[in-house]
Write a protein that binds this ligand. Structure first.
Ligand code: ZN
Ligand code: ZN
Length: 331
């Protein structure tokens, strides 16, 4: 898993779009025939310039959630469960409000209309958010590219999937919350992580844990005289949170088949030939007068980024970096 950074600019852009959407769904668009409608000050607003259809129900939910939208959309991952409890209590203390109405509001407004229909619709806020976040490989595996590319007129082409850290089925209140949307590949989102319910006490989070990448190291383990498998260094002494996270994300599983490919290639470079060809490649491939940095050498020779904050830009950066450093340390 890779740390996603602060992403403050992306959050601000995202929040203003969400705010216009929620207000427009509640009040409809401001026009002559709808004097009580909503329209923000931005003449180019991607939401307010479109004729969004008002949602003709859930008025009490809208009245409740709009003044608290800031809290819901910007909630930090480790504050979300507390916030949910707080909002449920505030709702319940409101005269005749019952919790089913609150739950329905979250499901129908935020999840079904918000995330399922609007977030991924034709114009696609998912494309905008992916571009604002600017992550090039899957946050969970760093094994697949998750580029966003649009067709000519800015229409849909390809983009990442967004995994809900707190799943949107059981926690629809956070279906549109910024820090709950993790850019990922389809395998990690739908096949692997969906089976595990994550929480921030027991699992690392890509918006909280800055040092995720240094909490574990990939390592190779000989299965036979010539075949190797992929494991983690010091797995038995690894802290419980990291171990649980790697298991929940199926990291070892998704990397397992790479033992015959990328891992074997690196091992061959180190062990198959009489010289330490791996070291040779790094030290002798480029003439010294080229003054190449270590980062440039790793990018050109192995196709990876060496700096942790750039891991997301190239697939296999974390994996190959760990394996190469292990192989270089063999005497
Ligand atoms: Zn607007
Ligand atoms: Zn992935």
């Amino acid at each position: 898993m890779i740390y996603l950074g602060e992403q403050k600019e992306a959050l601000d852009k995202y929040y203003s779009v969400i705010s216009c959407w929620v207000n427009s769904k509640h009040l409809g668009r401001l026009k002559e025939s709808n004097e009580n409608g909503y329209k923000c000050d931005d003449l180019n607003c991607s939401v307010c310039t479109r004729g969004l259809k008002k949602l003709d129900s859930h008025d009490r939910f809208f009245d409740f959630i709009i003044p608290r939208l800031d809290e819901v959309i910007k909630a930090k991952p480790d504050e979300m469960l507390q916030l949910e409890l707080k909002l449920r209590a505030e709702w319940s203390n409101n005269g005749d409000h019952n919790l089913k109405e609150f739950k329905d509001g979250c499901s129908i407004v935020l999840k079904e209309n918000g995330y399922d229909r609007w977030f991924t619709d034709v114009k696609g806020l998912n494309y905008d958010l992916a571009e604002w976040l600017d992550q090039h490989t899957c946050t969970f595996c760093n094994r697949q590219y998750i580029f966003t590319a649009r067709k000519n007129a800015g229409e849909k082409g390809i983009t990442c999937q967004f995994d809900h850290w707190f799943d949107k089925g059981s926690r629809p209140l956070f279906a549109l919350s910024f820090y709950n949307l993790i850019p990922s590949c389809s395998l990690c989102n739908s096949s692997i992580k969906s089976s595990t319910h994550f929480n921030t006490d027991e699992y690392l989070h890509p918006y909280i844990d800055k040092d995720i990448s240094s909490k574990f190291k990939f390592s190779s383990i000989p299965n036979t005289a010539t075949k190797y498998g992929i494991t983690f260094l010091n797995e038995s002494t690894m802290d419980a949170k990291t171990k649980r996270t790697l298991e929940g994300l199926g990291t070892k599983l998704v990397y397992s088949k790479h033992s015959e490919k990328e891992l074997q290639d690196l091992i061959d470079l180190r062990l198959k030939y009489s010289d330490n060809y791996l070291k040779n490649l790094l030290e002798n491939t480029f003439k010294s007068e080229l003054n190449m940095t270590k980062e440039e050498k790793y990018r050109l020779i192995f196709g990876i980024e060496l700096e942790e904050k750039k891991y997301h830009k190239r697939i296999f950066s974390k994996f190959k970096r760990d394996i190469i450093s292990e192989l270089l340390s063999i005497k």
